[in-house]
Design a protein around this ligand. Structure first.
Ligand code: GDP
Length: 296
């Protein structure tokens, strides 16, 4: 189920309730059931859905509402607030400061959209007056450096990589050292992903993290992975302790619930959404605006 469908279904459940003649506790329970079913089919984790249901019930406390209260407004607000709380971990995301070298390391599985997102992010910072550079520490995937290079050239962003050095830790350290010396404000390090061989990947990630000492590590998460998002993000969190998430491919037919579950599992803010394959397709993530858009 795509995000807009989820929003439509939640809206419909609230409207059904508030339009019904008998706005009683059973109708309220039915609405909650329908909202939870919608969230579950959008891949939101089952525990999260249960706790959302419980907390809406507690907040609204239907049976003790005085007759004069505007129940519709109250229920709508409770649903809205609880959905916002689900995607808002109340952690301030990192903001690079001009005049010092901010190192950002990107992690994620192969195919998640890391390399594409690196350029999008570099462009974003560059447009805001920060001198930005890219380092390709993905020596695992053939063609990764070439892909980053093509993107970087198109976006006019300086880049570093090697066709001969096979140790990603050396490439990452050398690239960051060079751009630090050249006083770049933002240095974004692309790392490799794997489909399997997870132990290798996590070992490599830790080594690169130690070598470049990033100010911010960002997990790039593919929105199409659904329920797997929770497990995947928790595994990355345990190793790379990322401080922000970027969700990619939100323009496709992905259920957004996996992303919501990843935030809740790792208490980490989503900072951007990838909304397409092009360089400009990056949107800032704001919990309230996200839920507002979701509910239409
Ligand atoms: P990496 O292996 O993690 O570096 O992934 P890539 O950056 O190579 O991306 C894998 C594929 O996903 C490419 O075909 C990208 O064009 C595509 N992609 C990345 N981000 C998005 C996005 O936000 N929307 C869409 N539709 N495609 C994306």
């Amino acid at each position: 189920m795509v995000l807009q469908d989820l929003g439509r279904r939640i809206n419909a459940a609230v409207s059904d309730l508030t339009r019904s003649n008998s706005l009683d506790e059973k109708a309220f329970d039915d609405m909650l059931k329908e909202i939870c079913a919608a969230l579950l089919s959008a891949d939101v984790n089952v525990r999260l859905v249960q706790s959302l249901r419980k907390s809406i019930k507690t907040t609204v406390h239907f049976s003790s509402l005085p007759p004069a209260v505007n129940k519709k407004r109250m229920i709508q607000k409770a649903v809205f607030d609880h959905l916002v709380a689900l995607v808002n971990p109340h952690a301030e995301p990192f903001r690079p400061k001009k005049g010092r070298s901010n190192v950002i390391m990107m992690v994620g599985l192969q195919g998640a959209g890391k390399t594409t997102t690196c350029t999008k992010l570099a462009r974003h910072y560059q447009m805001r007056g920060l001198r930005t550079a890219l380092v390709c520490a993905d020596t695992f995937r053939a063609g990764a450096f070439d892909q980053l290079k093509q993107n970087a050239i198109k976006a006019k962003i300086p880049y570093y990589g090697s066709l001969t050095q096979t140790d990603p830790v050396v490439v990452a350290a050398d690239g960051v050292a060079q751009f630090k010396k050249e006083r770049f404000d933002v240095i974004i390090v692309d790392t490799s992903g794997r489909h399997k061989q997870e132990a290798d990947l996590f070992e490599e990630m830790t080594q690169i993290q130690t070598a470049v000492n990033p100010n911010q590590t960002i997990l790039v998460l593919d929105s199409t992975i659904g329920q797997a998002a929770e497990v995947q993000s928790s595994a990355f969190k345990a190793t790379a302790d990322f401080g922000a998430i970027i969700i990619t491919k939100t323009d496709g037919h992905a259920a957004g619930g996996g992303a919501i579950s990843a935030v809740a599992a790792t208490h980490t803010p989503i900072i951007f959404l990838g909304t397409g394959e092009h360089m400009m397709d990056l949107e800032r993530f704001e919990p309230k605006a996200f839920v507002q858009k979701l509910l239409g």
